[in-house]
Design a protein around this ligand. Structure first.
Ligand SMILES: [Mg+2]
Length: 92
């Protein structure tokens, strides 16, 4: 994950300011909001690309915080292992 130093500091500051319990709740809330938008889109409802972009941005910000509430290196190891697995599957 290539977060900048400023992004990492922002994630850590948010976690320190509001605490891990509240930020995990925000992870839940923001991922659910994106899930709702995707469900609405798949049900044929008009969903503006900007609305989806906003929800994806919310989730990315919360994923940055989620990584920093555990060990970011652990997430990176898992991420690259899963990315490699996906790449291998695509080659088959
Ligand atoms: Mg949202």
């Amino acid at each position: 994950m290539r977060w900048t130093k400023e992004e990492k500091e922002t994630f850590v500051t948010a976690i320190e300011k509001w605490g891990t319990a509240l930020q995990w709740l925000m992870v839940w809330e923001e991922t659910a909001e994106l899930g709702v938008k995707v469900a609405q889109m798949l049900r044929g409802r008009e969903v503006a690309p900007e609305d989806l972009a906003e929800e994806i941005a919310d989730v990315l910000i919360m994923m940055g915080q989620a990584m920093h509430m555990i060990d970011p290196r652990e997430v990176e190891i898992a991420y690259y292992a899963k990315l490699r697995r996906l790449q291998e599957r695509l080659l088959k």
